[in-house]
Design a protein around this ligand. Structure first.
Ligand code: SF4
Length: 218
């Protein structure tokens, strides 16, 4: 019941003041999803599968709408995220939130996470092995949330999905079919903070990713 209340809170934050439950099994399905996502969160919080657990303050499983049509996946938690246990809450996260809002949407509509759930020391790029070790958590989150589009923020996120080096300045804006979903590559907001000329491009890409996620075309 607690999980269902959480689900109702999420819907309310998205502006739904009334919901219609046609069949009991639909609510059971929704609560199952919340429950399974929470189980993954607990596994992540207790995970010691790679050395990143040694330096973390808090693991950062991810947050957002469990029925999101669009997921944002970044590289790894940074300092603010590590302190709070929440994704994209530092300067780069605030920029991402600002850009989502500039498109007329709310951050809570989407699910936001990273390729690894614990902060790498000194914010270094996670190694391929660390990404691979953490991958089953992200894979399970994707399977449960079932987004139409996954927006990959930065080259390291691209690497985790495509299993090859990604030149983000050349490949951003590309739409790639992946396991019956669409991957959309763009800059990491932290890169944009260092390269302000890229800000309109990131905004345009976020808008495009949202349009793709909400479009009726397959
Ligand atoms: S980064 Fe992922 S695999 Fe490594 S300890 Fe954290 S949750 Fe576990």
């Amino acid at each position: 019941m607690e999980e269902f209340k959480d689900y109702l809170k999420i819907l309310k934050s998205l502006g739904f003041n009334e919901i219609f439950i046609e069949k009991e099994e639909q609510s059971v399905k929704a609560t199952d999803k919340i429950k399974l996502l929470k189980e993954i969160e607990e596994q992540i919080k207790n995970c010691t599968k790679c050395e990143l657990h040694l330096s973390r303050t808090k693991a950062v499983p991810g947050e957002g709408n469990p029925d999101a049509k669009l997921m944002f996946v970044g590289e790894a938690p940074g300092g603010d995220e590590d302190k709070q246990g929440r994704p994209f809450v530092g300067r780069a996260g605030k920029l991402l939130t600002k850009m989502i809002e500039a498109t007329g949407h709310k951050r809570e509509e989407f699910y936001i996470t990273n390729t690894v759930k614990c902060r790498p020391p000194n914010n270094r790029t996670p190694t391929p092995w660390e990404q691979e070790t953490c991958w089953p958590y992200l894979e399970k989150q994707i399977e449960l949330i079932n987004p139409k589009v996954i927006c990959l923020l930065g080259a390291a996120a691209g690497y985790a999905f495509l299993k090859r080096p990604v030149k983000i300045t050349k490949e951003r804006g590309q739409i790639i079919k992946w396991n019956n979903r669409l991957l959309y590559l763009t800059y990491h907001p932290a890169y944009v903070l260092r390269n302000l000329q890229a800000e309109p491009i990131l905004l345009q890409d976020i808008k495009k990713a949202i349009e793709l996620a909400y479009s009726q075309e397959e």
